[in-house]
Ligand binder design. Structure first.
Ligand code: GLY
Length: 361
């Protein structure tokens, strides 16, 4: 059994529970809340509802539930409106606890609804994808996309708890599992060389006995980074390091059209791009880049774009990215395997060459 983990944020600290029996663990929490006179609601998506009807019924008996369409499109003003209408119809008060059961889209969207409904109610994350378990369910970033860009509206709103069970991953489509591994590889690259070596030695699968330990390890790395720089305000490094591969990745997602690449697939190509940029800036050797690409490919993830998108489209998408807008041309680069850093004022030429090498044009 994997040990629970606390994200230490003063009076907003919370526990990440690694549950063998998810319905039981959450059931205890729902009973405790109900006994204290508090109401609970669930927001999930129709994929989870179709794949795990029993789990939802056993975990949340008699708890009002909204299941919305899956996919990045839902993380929108319209999707948010659906949740507000649901919350309004339930006539909920500020003591309500919202359970967000799903992947990153549901966690971000329902988390933002919780952050803003009645000026803020508490919520718990119940991630059902690997990507949400190792990244988006921890750290309190919530928000929605606008046509103008990804995550442009949002709030830092820490959950009151996170419930993780690898059991729910057994029905996750292989492509979605692989997309989550991209974020696991990211943690290895940015802060845990041993984890990266382990992934190199033996690719992670949904049946790997070490899966729960690997997820905990990623959560512990993320917790440490969030504890030190919760609102990503550090001048160098800090929470921004979690964006390794994401500046390229977000540009790819945006230029290709959301849905063409899963977020994790775009991040996988973004990690290859970040490694190539680090090589061009003189930080890592060609062998390190080759090793990173080997590990990414071994996890059924792309190392190159499937079709060229054109440099200008990617450059424009990058300029629209709020992270780039806020920080100038700042990239997260690798100093070596297991250590990342932020690098300001990166010139255009190596970025352009990097995009060419990953098949952008
Ligand atoms: N997913 C990046 C962060 O939580 O900061």
């Amino acid at each position: 059994m994997v040990e629970n983990l606390t994200v230490q944020l003063g009076d907003r600290s919370y526990v990440i529970r690694f549950a063998a029996d998810l319905p039981h663990e959450i059931g205890v929490e729902v009973k405790r809340l109900t006994a204290a006179g508090r109401r609970c609601v669930v927001v999930t998506d129709t994929n989870v509802q179709a794949a795990r009807p029993e789990m939802l019924k056993d975990t949340f008996p008699q708890v009002p539930l909204l299941a919305i369409e899956p996919g990045e499109e839902t993380k929108s003003l319209a999707g948010l409106g659906r949740i507000y209408d649901f919350l309004a119809a339930q006539k909920l008060d500020r003591a309500t606890m919202l359970f967000a059961v799903g992947g990153g889209v549901i966690g971000d969207l329902a988390g933002f609804a919780a952050a803003t409904w009645l000026r803020g109610i508490e919520f718990c994350q119940v991630p059902t994808t690997l990507l949400a378990m190792v990244d988006s369910s921890v750290g309190g970033k919530t928000g929605i996309n606008l046509r103008a860009g990804k995550n442009l509206v949002g709030a830092f709103h820490q959950p009151r708890g996170v419930f993780i069970s690898t059991q729910v991953l057994t029905t996750l489509p292989p492509r979605q599992f692989a997309a989550g591994v991209a974020e696991v590889i990211k943690y290895g690259l940015l802060a845990d060389e041993e984890l990266f070596a382990q992934l190199d030695h033996r690719p992670l699968t949904v049946r790997s006995p070490e899966l729960a330990d690997v997820i905990r390890r990623c959560c512990a790395l993320k917790a440490g980074i969030v504890e030190a720089d919760e609102r990503e305000t550090a001048a160098d490094g800090g929470r921004a390091l979690l964006n390794l591969g994401h500046t390229f990745g977000h540009a790819i997602e945006n230029a290709a059209g959301y849905g063409e690449y899963l977020h994790g697939e775009a991040v996988a190509i973004g990690l290859c791009a970040a490694a190539r940029l680090s090589l061009k800036l003189g930080y890592v050797e060609p062998e390190a880049v080759a090793r990173i690409e080997r590990v990414i490919a071994a996890h059924a993830l792309p190392t190159r774009l499937r079709t060229a998108l054109g440099f200008q489209a990617l450059e424009d998408a990058m300029a629209r990215d709020k992270k780039v807008r806020a920080g100038g041309r700042r990239f997260v680069i690798l100093k070596r395997l297991g250590e990342a850093a932020t690098e300001a004022n990166v010139p255009s030429k190596p970025v352009e060459e990097t995009f060419r090498e990953v098949g952008a044009y």
